[in-house]
Design a protein around this ligand. Sequence first.
Ligand code: FPP
Length: 244
Amino acid sequence: MPAQSQDDQQYPPLEEVPQHVGIIMDGNGRWARARNLPRSAGHRAGTENLRRVLRAAVEFGVQILTIYAFSTENWSRPEGEVHALLTILEGVIDRELQELHEEGVQLRHVGRIERLPEKLQQKIRQAIELTQNNEQLLLNVAFDYVGRSEIVDAIRRIIIDRIPPDQVNEDTVSRYLYTAGLPDPDLIIRTSGEMRISNFLIWQGAYAEYYITPAMWPDFDKDELYKALKAYKQRERRFGLVPR
Ligand code: FPP
């Protein structure tokens, strides 16, 4: 009998699903190196995997997914790799946008858009506009993003808007972040075993649960996502309070 594919497999329902999940998609380079492939092949495999993880996230009931696709520090990678990552994002929009739209995915961008090539900026803006009313899954793509710059940008805009200092509180800052209006992530997953936050959602993740898996991103499949969501359920979130 052929092995059952993960697509057909029945997963026991999760009692509690994190509403907002962040993912640091790490390990594409190591995945490629282990196969004697160029790093860009790892990024392509990681992109294909993203499609599978999106479908699984919808099936498991996740409502918001924020993915770390390109950190501001990634501009310092070799030019060819930067070019490959920009081309991959453009290709995803060109090839997948219509299908994502039909599946009810709402796309948003978090980060600084101005440094991206003009044509890519336009495509991102069009994708955001096209999908703005979709409700199945909100996909935040962090591209040219780092959390510290996000906070700096928020402070600048608070000053520009002349908010009096005694009216600036945590809610004010949250409202000026790129993720304004969204709930904070409940769970942040990092693949490839690294125990770092790497400047990802550093404000919003203050009370998030963290889940680290040794799986490289291209291998982080539906089973792996299920395991992460199940582990979340088993954590007791205390938000600084005493145990129940
Ligand atoms: C980290 O792996 C991954 C990245 C820097 C890029 C992540 C991008 C994708 C999965 C595809 C692009 C996504 C979209 C939305 C188009 P690494 O290269 O740092 O791996 P390493 O640590 O093993 O070298």
